[in-house]
Design a protein around this ligand. Structure first.
Ligand code: SF4
Length: 355
């Protein structure tokens, strides 16, 4: 029996492209093996996928290329923005058995995006929005009602209304994993979204996701406050990206927007993509740092501390010191004793801002 081996380098959820490759080859009688271990396995064809562009994944890609040279076909955003699945593979119904995955279906209805945010690889990788990319029948198994949508800008699609109406009709539980674009939130689609069972990525509780990456967008959140409120309390999460090109005052204003509107903030640092790195301004520190240290997030979760750690890191890079109120804020709720490792080095601690 012919065999293919698939190397999944770094996927955090079942990798859709790999499940399609698996389906394609199984249909042709191949034995398909998937592994995360980078080691030689004898087979007829080799495939690898990397989603993230970081040191760890890059090392694994190099190791695979050392093992197989041109015999392995590599893909995914961590490897190349140009590689695409051949149409006959892309059209396959995903083989969920590859990951023994039953919890939810994964797929795209639309592909691409018509915007061109500088930090984002989607327009370069996928091109302009294709609103007719696929239907639910192309990736949802019979009797599956949990759907993780990977669409990057579904509300901007010209058939968004039809899609939302169909989700309501099918009574699907949907996780909008790539978030919804506040720019395209209207009274019409807000009314429809309200009737959709929108859930978190574990499919355990109601949650609807938007993202806010710029100060401009944060103002739109204020303008659309009533639509956001209509979804209910504690069900709107705003994914806030920091670490690309914003100054501290902009990061702060975005966080304050989430606080004032009662949204749940989920902060995440910009992750470099293949041809784009962060462009943090030289004059990043442009506001009263005590206001930042005084931010009280809705929850004591460690996610929020990520932002404070990032500010702390930049502060140390610029001033060769740690600012005490910021350290206290980082260790306010979690891992409290860890602050001592700083306090033991008083020469590295500053009690005065920007000094
Ligand atoms: S709107 Fe979203 S998907 Fe489109 S370019 Fe911007 S970040 Fe990327």
């Amino acid at each position: 029996m012919k065999k293919i081996v698939i190397y999944d380098i770094d996927s955090k959820i079942p990798n859709l492209a790999l499940m399609k490759i698996s389906a394609y080859y199984k249909k042709r009688g191949y034995d398909v093996k998937i592994t995360r271990d980078i080691r030689y396995i004898r087979a007829d064809n080799y495939f690898g996928s990397s989603v993230f562009h970081n040191e760890r994944s890059n090392l694994k890609i190099s190791a695979l290329l050392d093992l197989f040279g041109s015999d392995i076909q590599m893909g995914g955003s961590g490897c190349s923005l140009k590689t695409r699945l051949p149409d006959e593979i892309d059209a396959c119904f995903p083989d969920y058995e590859l990951y023994n995955h039953k919890k939810y279906a994964i797929g795209f209805l639309t592909r691409g995006c018509n915007k061109s945010c500088r930090f984002c690889l989607v327009p370069r990788k996928e091109g302009r929005l294709n609103s007719q990319y696929a239907t639910f029948d192309d990736f949802v198994p019979k009797n599956q009602r949990n759907i993780m949508l990977l669409d990057n800008n579904i509300l901007s699609s010209d058939n968004a209304t039809e899609i939302l109406e169909l989700i309501i009709k099918k009574e699907y539980f949907v996780n909008f994993s790539q978030t919804l674009d506040i720019d395209y939130l209207t009274s019409n689609n807000a009314g429809l979204l309200k009737n959709i069972k929108s859930v978190n990525s574990r499919f355990t509780k109601p949650m609807i996701y938007f993202s806010c990456n710029t100060l401009r967008q944060s103002k739109i959140f204020f303008r659309k406050e009533q639509h956001l409120k209509s979804f209910g309390r504690n069900v709107v999460t705003v994914i806030i990206m920091f670490g690309f090109n914003t100054k501290l005052s902009e990061d702060y204003a975005i966080l304050m927007m989430a606080k004032k509107l009662g949204l749940i903030p989920f902060v995440q640092e910009f992750m470099p993509v293949l041809d784009t790195t962060s462009q943090i301004p030289e004059d990043y520190f442009d506001m009263d740092l005590d206001l930042v240290a005084a931010i009280k997030f809705r929850t004591n979760g460690q996610n929020n501390e990520k932002f404070l750690r990032y500010v702390n890191k930049l502060y140390f890079q610029k001033f060769d010191k740690y600012y005490l109120p910021l350290l206290k804020a980082i260790y306010r709720y979690n891992n409290k004793l860890a602050i001592n490792k700083y306090l033991r080095k008083p020469n590295l601690i500053s009690q005065k801002q920007y000094a």
